[in-house]
Design a protein around this ligand. Structure first.
Ligand code: NAD
Length: 380
């Protein structure tokens, strides 16, 4: 079986979904890898390194698509790139198929008779953790958001006692304590900031505190955790209490890092314009939810703006800023996923899709001309 890695062309994208050492590790399992020339450049992996790992380097995307049984990507496909996939081949890629705007992609994949594995639909369970790209890339985003905030803030993060006086530590407020939020807490603490965090899932209070941050309490018994571990919409009464609590803490913060997402929906607005006005000039908001329109009412996805004296950073490609490690982590996830999806007879390997398997069932979206994921089918 041949796995192909095309060059990602999204502006600013530097990651590559498989690294040269992944190629070496997949070879004994009879999974061969081709890359499009230059695919690893952004992550500092040369074509020669890929060749040394055993990969075939294709000169053009057309040659790569034509020879691949499975194409692996780390950005959503486009309708044009779907047309380049061989009929009957497979695509392993982010797809966010439950979001209405991606329905045309799902239809195009089914029409092309492509077997699609959506990496964002891999169940968030302990057994699937090694394949979980949402977690690995959120870890990077959480880390880098803090570095961006520290660079943009005209203040130190740590407390300093110097001959020129004592500097008070900066105060960082993290909204949403999932994978990215917890990594942001750890990074901000390591830089010496005083950190507070809030999440609608009360279960994370203990994790927040174990990292040395204070959990912001909302005076309510409501818990917004679903059986799947994700957050769900809260009641209007809870939202009002939450807004009051957040407003109090935003006002005192030098930095707000927001990461709050609800799967398949617009990100909740947690920081209103009035809250931004209440912050001291020079303060920073890094909105990691910008990809889903943002947690701050003023965020402009993809842009850094200054409003009411506050820097609001809505960058979209944070994992690419740490491209080598982001690629390394994504590639490890892909190796585990490919090994999970393929079976080898010792001479060759092929996709072996077991519909009874929880992981496969969770992320298999289209197969043999049909949309086979029941929830995705229902939403089309
Ligand atoms: P996410 O990116 O979907 O959301 C980020 C955080 O925002 C979440 O913690 C969520 O509760 C929070 N949030 C949503 N609405 C909010 C609001 N209005 N106000 C404040 N916070 C709000 O989350 P994620 O990081 O992808 O994690 C999702 C779930 O998956 C979590 O339960 C996580 O523990 C779980 N998970 C499990 C594993 C595993 O292996 N068991 C691995 C990764 C993630």
């Amino acid at each position: 079986m041949r796995v192909g890695v095309p060059r990602e062309v999204t502006p600013g994208e530097k990651r590559v979904p498989l690294m040269a050492d992944s190629v070496k590790r997949l070879a004994p399992k009879k999974i061969d890898v081709s890359i499009e020339r230059g695919a690893g450049t952004g992550s500092c992996v040369s074509d020669d390194e890929f060749r040394a790992g055993g990969a075939t380097v294709e000169d053009s995307g057309d040659a790569l698509y034509a020879s691949s049984d499975v194409v692996v990507r780390l950005r959503l496909p486009t309708v044009e790139s779907i047309a380049r996939l061989r009929e009957g081949s497979a695509l392993v890629s982010p797809l966010f198929p439950l979001q209405a705007q991606n329905a045309p992609l799902v239809r195009a994949l089914a029409e092309r008779k492509v077997t699609t594995i959506a990496v964002d639909m891999i169940p968030r369970t302990t057994v699937a953790q090694m394949m979980d790209v949402l977690s690995s890339q959120a870890t990077i985003a959480g880390y880098y958001a803090v570095l961006m905030a520290a660079a943009a803030l005209p203040k130190f993060f740590p407390m300093l006692m110097t001959a020129a006086g004592t500097i008070a530590p900066s105060r960082v407020l993290i909204l949403g304590a999932g994978v990215a939020g917890l990594q942001a807490i750890g990074t901000a603490r390591r830089l010496g900031a005083v950190v507070e965090a809030f999440d609608v899932r009360r279960v994370v209070k203990e994790q927040v505190e174990s990292l040395g941050a204070r959990f912001v309490e909302v005076d309510s018994d409501e818990d917004a955790q679903t059986a799947g571990g994700y957050a769900k919409e809260t009641s209007e009464a809870y939202k009002a209490k939450q807004a009051e609590a957040i407003a109090r803490h935003v006002q005192k913060a030098d930095v707000v890092i927001s990461t709050a997402l609800i799967p398949g929906q617009r990100a909740p607005i947690l920081v209103t314009e009035d809250m931004v006005k209440s912050m001291r000039p020079g303060s920073v908001i890094v909105d990691l939810a910008a990809e889903q329109q943002g947690n701050c009412a003023l965020t402009e996805p993809g842009k850094s703006i200054v409003v009411h004296g506050v820097n609001i950073l809505g960058e979209l490609d944070l994992p690419s800023k740490v491209a080598i490690h982001a690629s390394q982590m994504y590639a490890r996830n892909m190796e585990k996923l490919l090994l999970h999806l393929c079976k080898s007879d010792g001479k060759d390997s092929a996709l072996h899709l077991d519909p009874e398997n929880e992981i496969t069932r969770g992320c298999l979206i289209t197969h043999a001309g049909d949309v086979v994921h029941p929830k995705v089918k229902e939403r089309l």
